[in-house]
Each structure stands twice: as C-alpha cells, then as structure tokens.
Design a protein around this ligand. Structure first.
Ligand SMILES: [Zn+2]
Ligand SMILES: [Zn+2]
Ligand SMILES: [Zn+2]
Ligand SMILES: [Zn+2]
Ligand SMILES: [Zn+2]
Ligand SMILES: [Zn+2]
Ligand SMILES: [Zn+2]
Length: 502
C-alpha cells in the first residue's frame, strides 16, 4: 500500500457524533474547547478547567477562578480523569462514512456516503487507531492520467475494470500498453480485428486487413456490372457476383461484341490517320532544321571560297607578269606554280562541297548546262574586234551567251571572258571556263566561280589569259586557228518558280 497517497477527510468531532451529545458538558468553561486530548484539573470544590487555562490564570492570581480558594501551583490541583475518559467513550461514526470532497474546493459541507462509506461505530478514543486500518479510507489511483480519488476497498476493482487509464493489450494483434480509453479506437483500426464483410448479404467474418482482397476476389455478394456492358450488354442494373454465371448463360453476348468490334476498328483507322499526319509533320520539321543548318554551312563555305578566289586571282596575276616587268627567276616561278596547284586542289574540293550544299536548300531545280565554244580564225578576229560574242543558248527560260574581250581591259595585256544573261531577276550560277591546251591537257587553263548575276551584271574573269599567249604559242592554244573553250554552267532556278496549284 506504500505506493498510494492517502487522502484524509477533514472533520470536526461534532460532525461524527453517533448520538446527541451535550458538548458543553465536555468543554472547558474558559476556552470553550472540548476536553479531547487535553489534561483536565480541578480544585477542591471540583471546579475544572483545562491545564492551559489553569496555567494562564495562576500566572496572574494564585486562586481558583470560581471559588477563589488559594491555589499556588497546578501541582496542588487534582487531575479529573473521569471527565477525560468519559469523553473518549462517546460513540462516533468513522470519518470515512463521509464522501471525500476535495479540500481545494473549500466546501465544508460533509456528505454522508450511505452506500459506500464506513459503517463502523467507534468511540472517540478509537478514532486514530481505526483510521489506520479502515478499508474505507481514500487513496489516489496509481495510473498516470487518472486523477480519481477512490476508497481503498474499491481500488482493485477500479484499476482492473473501471480506470480509463489502466493499461491493456489488444487480444487481436497482441499490442500492449494501450490505455483502456483508447482501446475502442484501436479496435476501429486494428488490422487484425475481426470484422464482418461489408457487402450486403455476405456473412463472412475475417481480419480487417483481408477485407479489401476478399471483396475484390472472393466475395460473391459484391455488386458488379456485366463484364460485357461496355460491349453493349443491355443489362443495366448491377447484380451480385454470384449471379454472373447465370447471367452469362441467359443472354447471348456475341451480338453485342460484333458491333463493338466494328466501332473499335473504325476508331483504330482514325487513329492511324492522325498518326500518319503527325509523322509527316515531324518529318517536315526535321527537314526544316536540316535546311537551316545547310544555310549556315553554305554561308561559311561562301566566305571561305571568296577568300580563295582572291588568292587565285592574285596567283594568276603573278603567274603572268605584265610586259614591262622583269621576268621572274625560274625557281621562283616553279614554286608559284606548285603553290597555285595546291590552291587549285583545295578550291576544287571546296567547290564540290559548296555545290552539294547548294542543292540541299534549293526549291525548284539546279540545272546544269555543258558545251563547247569554238572561235575560228581567232588570231585574225581578235585583232579586228574588241569583243567576240558566242551564239546564245537557253537554260530553262533564260538566255545566256559568252563574251570574250581579246584585249581585255586596262592596258590590254589580258584577255577577259564573261558570261551574260537576259535574266531580270538575280540568279545564282556556278560556272567553269576551260581553255583547252592542245599540247598538254593537264595544263588546260581553268577558271571557275560561283556568283549572282542578272541582265545588268555579268560574271567571269578579267585576267583569263595573257592576250599575247595565243599568238606566241598557237600550237598550244589553237587548233586549226580556233580557240576552244569548254564551259559548264549550273543555274539555280528558284526565284521564278511559282507554287503549284490545282
Ligand atoms: Zn480551558
Ligand atoms: Zn473552586
Ligand atoms: Zn472506518
Ligand atoms: Zn484510475
Ligand atoms: Zn490490435
Ligand atoms: Zn463478402
Ligand atoms: Zn451481360
């Protein structure tokens, strides 16, 4: 019992008298207090007071307060044990016959606990001894959270059966340490708690955690749609799963399936068309991306190419020094020729690449024209005329012609060769002039370039060949007095192409 805190009822003796008692009979007439736990002394005339009152009085006057007989000290008085004992023999109820009222509530009213209070009748003298063993004394419940004050004889029942804070264990999942008051809530969630299947009409009982899978797989009372409902089964009401077999055998579901399959095939067709359209769009986008890359590439090539052009022109100039200049050293000349050859190879390679890239971004077509221009009686003609014009030829709907200026421009030391067209719109051309060398084919004089031309702007080469060369070496540059030029022209016809309409 050491674990409990005891709570004693606060009481006055007058609260617990079993019978009517004239308390004045047992009270000191000076201090009006009862004789309980006091020593009572009397004079010869049997005038009695409590020891404290005697002491105070004798301190002032050495006499009895009533008969005034001389009393020098308390030792001259006699003890009245009769009245002391008589008081202790008065019958009282046990203080635990009252209900316990929290002293903090400041309520002085004592309430008799007729049902559960102590019913022992004892004497005043027995009170202290009785309270030490009275089974109706009050203690506080030992469980944390419970502040109940209960009678000792009820504590076992309270702690085992009634206390909301007693610790219990779940007999379904074996979890312990659950307070009694939260056990109900635990049962509402405990996965092992035995529940009844929630489907109407199903009598199966099982652990809560298995309920979901039971309803999904085993429960025969769960309400379902006919599995062929989406295929057109006309049974619109749901029915218990247990009726499925009967339903399937009572209606022919194949008919409904037929129309369903038909409409689905239609959907598949539509989806396929959408898919193809999308695929086309993707392809177009990819093509656009490639074209924009080609454009960038082309620009780079073009820049590089024009650099090479300039170099080539310079090289050609160096190769054929003007008359008034000193002939260059033979070694130097060979070096120059070698260098020129390397540049030509680079240029040829580049030219091919640019031509390929060009064909990527063209809308319309890239037309190639190849032919030969023979100028008969060249030496005579070249002295007679400032320019000699080729017959015109057509590429697509445009007319072209070649024009040679035997004396060229400036001081007349170089022959120029140009390509002219009648195009109003600018057109892009790749062109190549080859002056045939009849002694050594590998030393044909080649000029090629890429440019934009129109009616006003012809393209070609100012310094095609030194103007005195054919006269000096007719066996190299002439055949039967004819100067022969092979040429090829690639024209990018796109500006004039109109969208096709039908
Ligand atoms: Zn007194
Ligand atoms: Zn007296
Ligand atoms: Zn008692
Ligand atoms: Zn309790
Ligand atoms: Zn549980
Ligand atoms: Zn069920
Ligand atoms: Zn059906």
């Amino acid at each position: 019992m050491a674990e409990y805190t005891h709570y004693f009822i606060q009481y006055n003796l007058t609260d617990i008298f079993y019978e009517d008692v004239n308390i004045e009979k047992y009270s000191c007439s000076i201090c009006y207090e009862s004789v309980y736990k006091k020593e009572i002394y009397q004079c010869k005339e049997i005038h009695w007071f409590c020891k404290t009152c005697w002491a105070e009085s004798l301190f002032k006057k050495k006499e009895c307060m009533i008969c005034r007989c001389i009393v020098k000290s308390i030792s001259e008085l006699s003890r009245n044990r009769f009245i002391e004992q008589d008081f202790l023999n008065i019958k009282v109820n046990c203080p635990n016959s009252f209900k316990y009222i929290d002293e903090n509530k400041n309520n002085n009213n004592k309430i008799k606990d007729l049902e559960n209070g102590c019913k022992d009748i004892i004497t005043i003298g027995e009170i202290e001894k009785h309270l030490k063993q009275c089974k109706f004394t009050h203690i506080k419940c030992k469980f944390i959270g419970c502040n109940k004050i209960i009678r000792l004889n009820q504590v076992e029942k309270h702690e085992k059966e009634q206390c909301e804070f007693r610790l219990e264990y779940c007999r379904y999942c074996d979890t312990d340490g659950i307070t009694s008051r939260s056990l109900e809530n635990h049962y509402k969630e405990c996965p092992k708690f035995i529940v009844k299947c929630s489907e109407n009409g199903c009598t199966v009982q099982l652990e809560r955690s298995q309920l979901e899978s039971h309803i999904e797989k085993q429960c025969q009372m769960v309400m379902i749609d006919c599995p062929y409902k989406i295929y057109g089964c006309e049974q619109s009401n749901r029915f218990p799963k247990s009726n499925l077999t009967q339903h399937l055998s009572s209606i022919n579901h194949t008919l409904a399936m037929g129309s369903m399959i038909e409409s689905q095939s239609l959907q598949i067709k539509e989806t396929n068309i959408k898919y193809e359209n999308l695929l086309n769009k993707i392809n177009k986008l990819e093509q656009l991306e490639t074209e924009s890359k080609c454009d960038q590439l082309y620009d780079k090539f073009y820049q590089f190419e024009s650099k090479i052009d300039k170099k080539l022109n310079n090289l050609q100039l160096d190769l054929y020094p003007k008359d008034n200049q000193q002939p260059q050293q033979k070694e130097q000349k060979e070096q120059k020729e070698q260098k020129e050859q390397q540049e030509r190879i680079k240029f040829d390679d580049l030219f091919e690449k640019v031509s390929k890239v060009n064909s990527y971004f063209i809308n319309g077509c890239l037309l190639k024209y190849k032919n030969r221009w023979s100028i008969s009686n060249y030496l005579t003609e070249s002295r007679k005329y400032r320019k000699i014009t080729s017959p015109s030829f057509k590429i697509y709907d445009k007319k072209f012609k070649l024009v040679i200026y035997p004396q060229g421009k400036d001081d007349g030391s170089y022959t120029s060769l140009f390509l002219k067209s009648d195009s109003i719109n600018p057109i892009k051309v790749f062109y190549k002039f080859v002056l045939l060398n009849f002694k050594d084919e590998s030393k044909n004089l080649i000029f090629k370039n890429k440019s934009i031309m129109d009616k006003e702007k012809s393209v070609g080469c100012h310094y095609f060949i030194k103007s005195t060369e054919p006269g000096k070496k007719p066996e190299v540059w002439l055949k039967d007095d004819s100067l022969v030029i092979d040429f090829s022209i690639e024209v990018n016809i796109n500006n004039d192409i109109k969208p096709l309409e039908s």
